[in-house]
Structures are given as C-alpha cells and as structure tokens.
Design a protein around this ligand. Structure first.
Ligand SMILES: [Zn+2]
Length: 426
C-alpha cells in the first residue's frame, strides 16, 4: 500500500476552524492551470483515425471535456473555441464508431467504452451548436442501442454494460431540453438489471439478493462492480422524490415495487458493512484485505456516489457517517501515484471532497479539494507519479483533470462525469 500513494503533508487539519480555512488556490491559479492543460491537450492530442473513439480514453472523452469547458460560466473564456474543438473530436470519434461497429466485442449500449457514449456526447455537442438535424440523428443512434434483455451476452457494469447506458440516459435528460428518454424506457432497463442480478445471485448462492460478475469477478467498485450498478438503480425514476410534497417518511416517495426496494436496500446495507476500519471498501467481497485500492474504479472513491445517493433518498445518518469516514480516509491515503486522472488518479479522489462539500456545505472539503490540486502540481508528484498510458484522456489523463478544475471553479455544481447524484434535487 505504501507504494501506491504519497504522504499527504497537510493531513492534520485539527484546530483549523471552518472560518479560518483559507483556500490555497484562487480562481486565477485554477484558470492558469486549466489553460496550460488545455494547451497541452491541443498540442499533443489530435483527433486520430486509429483512436478507439470512446469516452474512457478516446476522442469522445476529449470532446466531452471541451463541451464541459464551453458550458462553464467561469471557464469558457479560457478557450473561446472549445465547442469547435469538441465538434472536431466527436466527429472523428463517430467515424471510429462506424468503423468499430462490426465486429465488436462490446454491445452497442456500452457507454464509457463504446458507441453509446460517443453518440450521447455528440448529441450534447449538436444541441450546443444548435444543429437539430444532427441532434436527432445522434439521439436516434443512442436510443437504438437500448438494452432489450438480460440474455444479450452483455453485462450490467458502468464501464461497458447496462448501468453505463442508464447513466448516459440520466445525463442526457439532465442536459438536453425536454425529457428525451422517457421513464418507461429507463425502468425497462432497470428491470433487466434487477432480473440479471437476481439470477446471478441465485445461481451462485450469493448472500446478497443482487450480485453481478465482470470477467468472472464479483467486483464491488464503481466501474466494473456492484456499487456502480446499484447507484444507477437508486438514480432511476423508481427512487425519484416528489419535492412538491413534503412527506413524513422518505420511503413514501419511492415508486419502486416493494420487492425491488427490498433487494436494493438489503444489498446496499450489506455493502455498507464491508467498510473497513480505515474507511475503505474491498475490491471484491472475497477480498480478505490483502489488496485494497484507493481510486474511483476500485474502493471508496467510487463507492461514495452510491452511499451519497442512499443518504439523499433514505436520509439515514449511517450513510453520512460512512461518507465522512471515506473522505477522511481519502484525505490521508488518496494522494495516489497513478497519475492526475479521474479513474485511478488524484483528480478522481479529489472529486470525493467536492461531493462532500455539496452534501454538507462544509468548507473543509473544498479546502481538501484545493489541497489535492496543490499536491498534484508539486515537484514530488511530478517526480514520483506514473504517467498513464493515455496521458491526455478523460478517465486516465489530463482531460479528466480539467473537468475537476472546472468543477472547482463552480463547486456548488460539481459532479464526477456522468454521476450527478444531485440531479433530482434541483
Ligand atoms: Zn481506474
């Protein structure tokens, strides 16, 4: 474990009161950093034909970053041509999508690592460019990929499966005018995910009512595992609260069938018991503690989104206590050496502080998010951190870091890409 992270020299913030917290990075410094990263991305990263095109490490991920920058009130002036760059990268990604359509090992609904994610980002860019014809085409391509049954050979994960597709649907419904993907379609995918999880659990005698596998492993984490899948179920219309009516019990607002509510809640609460004394979660349920990771894809930096969603829905203090422990743990051991990215890097772990800031409004979390940027720009990090395989990409590289910095400029709206647990709270 000692090899995976660098010591956080600021970890003792005892005695620093909320009012005494001075944020170490002001707007000017954050903007300078965004500009320098964007410059590096534009210099080093041309839309390429041989690229896989996907959101995770391909052209669509870079396009997403430019689209996000173009929408940011505080960030858009840093790159007035952001939308044009977004358009260029997504056009190339779509050419790749055509080329990679057949034969492919991934189903068409694969979001972060496949074609559905490319068409979703293209739809967002077409909307921003006020191109209704292209928007209609992109949406048609995205919607045509909707999962239709549990026996299609695909998976349920966030990374390549049905959960990822749903997260794309929620995102499009949030950012496009009108509700482009109706509740019935969302629920139909949720039902497939529930059926798939129950079937796997029964076959494999799991003690959790819902369980899933990815390449033969029962992962817990956000990217390939159970927590990412449960989170999109909690994010579905089944658990959408009606804010126009104050109800006495949080459960009264839930429209999920009783058996679904039971299985989701029981699985969720079993996961919560897996949080270790440090505050982290195992990579799989079989993991006895020999290998714990501190990154969005494995471990508590990704699992927090499920717990935060659970807290917003069920309002039980145990979820908030778990989140505070997670954030404290990431503050101590989340300054990881795997690079600056959001999947398994410092910015991804820094997003946890922005989540806690939005949830609690305590400035200590904003302070910690700023400090992670300070640490990431330090000489020590430059010398000791590894350079990821795709150093400019959205999930492994600087494009994700730019998203984090843009969110640092507007922390009250910040959210990890495609995981906005607050989207029904607006
Ligand atoms: Zn990762």
């Amino acid at each position: 474990m000692g090899k995976d992270y660098l010591r956080n020299p600021y970890q003792d913030t005892a005695g620093v009161g909320e009012s005494g917290l001075v944020l170490p990075w002001d707007e000017k410094l954050i903007k300078e950093l965004i500009s320098s990263y964007v410059k590096s991305i534009l210099e080093q990263c041309k839309p390429r034909r041989e690229d896989c095109g996907d959101l995770y490490v391909g052209n669509a991920g870079i396009a997403f970053m430019f689209w996000k920058l173009s929408r940011s009130e505080h960030g858009r002036d840093l790159c007035p041509t952001a939308l044009q760059h977004a358009s260029m990268f997504i056009r190339q990604a779509k050419r790749n999508a055509e080329r990679f359509k057949e034969p492919s090992s991934l189903p068409s609904y694969s979001f972060l690592r496949g074609n559905a994610g490319i068409y979703a980002v293209s739809a967002a860019i077409s909307e921003a460019l006020k191109d209704p014809k292209q928007l209609a085409k992109d949406l048609a391509n995205f919607k045509a990929a909707i999962p239709s049954g549990k026996d299609d050979g695909g998976s349920d994960s966030m990374l390549v499966g049905r959960a990822g597709y749903l997260s794309g649907c929620y995102w499009l419904n949030d950012i496009l005018p009108g509700k482009k993907i109706p509740d019935e379609d969302l629920i139909s995918v949720c039902k497939i995910i529930i059926a798939s999880g129950r079937e796997y659990s029964t076959k494999n005698h799991s003690y959790l009512p819902l369980m899933y596998e990815y390449h033969g492993m029962e992962y817990l984490g956000a990217a390939q595992g159970l927590c990412g899948i449960l989170q999109v179920l909690l994010d579905s219309p089944w658990f959408r609260k009606d804010h126009s009516q104050a109800s006495e019990s949080p459960l009264m607002d839930i429209s999920a069938p009783a058996d679904v509510l039971h299985d989701v809640k029981r699985t969720l609460d079993c996961i919560l018991t897996q949080q270790d004394v440090d505050g982290n979660f195992p990579v799989t349920l079989e993991d006895e503690g020999e290998k714990r990771l501190v990154q969005w894809c494995h471990g508590t930096p990704g699992i927090v989104y499920l717990i935060a969603k659970a807290y917003l829905i069920f309002l039980e203090p145990k979820y908030l206590r778990s989140l505070v422990r997670s954030a404290d743990f990431i503050w101590r051991k989340g300054f990881v050496r795997k690079g600056p990215g959001i999947c398994h890097g410092v910015a991804g772990n820094g997003y946890v502080f922005l989540l806690l800031f939005r949830l609690t409004h305590q400035r200590i979390y904003l302070y910690r998010a700023h400090k992670f940027i300070e640490l990431m720009t330090s000489e020590e990090f430059k010398q000791k951190a590894r350079v990821p395989d795709r150093p400019h990409s959205l999930y492994e590289g600087l494009a994700g870091t730019v998203c984090f910095l843009v969110d640092l400029l507007e922390p009250e709206k910040a959210h990890f890409p495609f995981m906005d647990v607050f989207h029904y709270e607006k």
